[in-house]
Write a protein that binds this ligand. Structure first.
Ligand SMILES: [Fe+2]
Length: 303
């Protein structure tokens, strides 16, 4: 690790992206001290892992607010006075029961097992997800990451040329349809109109490009449907090869933080009769995080 990059001790998660950050208590981060170092690591390595954390919901939100505004997908249904909190990613519901394998809630969790980037279907997508393990299972339930930056850098030019300059259509409903047409009909998957985003984003700090693709993509503008679908499948297969991926086996206390502009992710199955709970907070992208450049690119790109 370059000594001028950080005063924190880090070790690589893979040969291509991601680091584990040692000896840092995430509940004690100061915005003017540790945060700038963390942010630099985030921009450079795309994924950060922290072990043995005791992150309360309050700590979790405080850390997230340093990265950006907390994403609020339920803003339209929040009751007056009800505060925005941490989102549980869990098969355990309010009464303590775990939901059945074919329950709509479990199917929604299964849709998260398709490679995706969070919130590309929203008018303002997310910068990062900060995921903390609360209840884990002995087997399964891994979270897997794929570096769409490392994959883009390693992609044959002929394949890059097929997608460079293209605009992709994203829709929440699309990824749910792939699991269950009935699931896709639920109102929460239909409340945002389709969004358009450039297929390639450049990191505003270091200029490194990454593919911006997800299971939410339903269209490559300017291509017939079948060709666009085949191209996305080919790109997804390329990005998720072993040399570009990391599979995280959770322990309680782990916190994983990744850059949605350069990383795809997915969950993996676990025994659904056992509870498994991760706490998630996503932060929204701000203009200087590359959102302004992406919106400008939409105006300039030819369909
Ligand atoms: Fe996700």
């Amino acid at each position: 690790m370059r000594p001028n990059m950080t005063s924190l001790k880090v070790t690589p998660l893979t040969d291509t992206f991601g680091v584990m950050v040692h000896d840092l208590n995430l509940s004690k981060i100061a915005e003017d001290k540790e945060y700038p170092v963390l942010r630099a690591l985030f921009e450079e390595h795309s994924a950060l892992l922290f072990r043995d954390q005791e992150l309360s919901a309050e700590d979790h939100l405080r850390l997230a607010r340093m990265f950006g505004p907390i994403e609020d997908r339920m803003a339209d249904s929040r009751k007056p006075g009800e505060e925005l909190g941490v989102s549980p990613v869990s098969n355990q519901i309010a009464d303590g029961r775990v939901t059945g394998e074919m329950d709509m809630h479990t199917l929604h969790l299964k849709a998260n097992q398709l490679w995706h980037i969070d919130s590309t279907f929203m008018p303002t997508p997310s910068l990062c997800n900060i995921l903390a393990a609360k209840v884990v299972t002995e087997t399964g339930g891994e979270t897997e990451l794929a570096s769409s930056r490392a994959a883009w850098a390693g992609m044959p030019e002929a394949l890059r040329e097929c997608i460079r300059g293209k605009i992709l259509g994203h829709n929440y409903r699309r990824s749910r349809e792939l699991i269950s047409p009935k699931l896709a009909q639920q109102s929460m998957f239909n409340k945002w109109p389709p969004q358009r985003w450039p297929a390639v984003w450049a990191n505003p700090v270091n200029g490194k490009e990454a593919l911006y693709i997800a299971s939410h993509v339903y269209q490559v503008e300017g291509m017939v449907q079948s060709e666009g679908k085949s191209l996305i499948e080919e790109l997804m297969a390329f990005c998720t090869q072993p040399q570009f991926t990391y599979s995280h086996k959770w322990k309680v206390g782990d916190v994983l933080l990744w850059d949605q502009r350069a990383t795809l992710h997915r969950g993996t199955p676990w025994p659904y009769d056992q509870p498994r709970t991760l706490a998630s907070v996503c932060c929204s992208l701000q203009g200087t995080d590359g959102l302004d450049a992406a919106r400008t690119a939409l105006v300039n790109l030819q369909v």
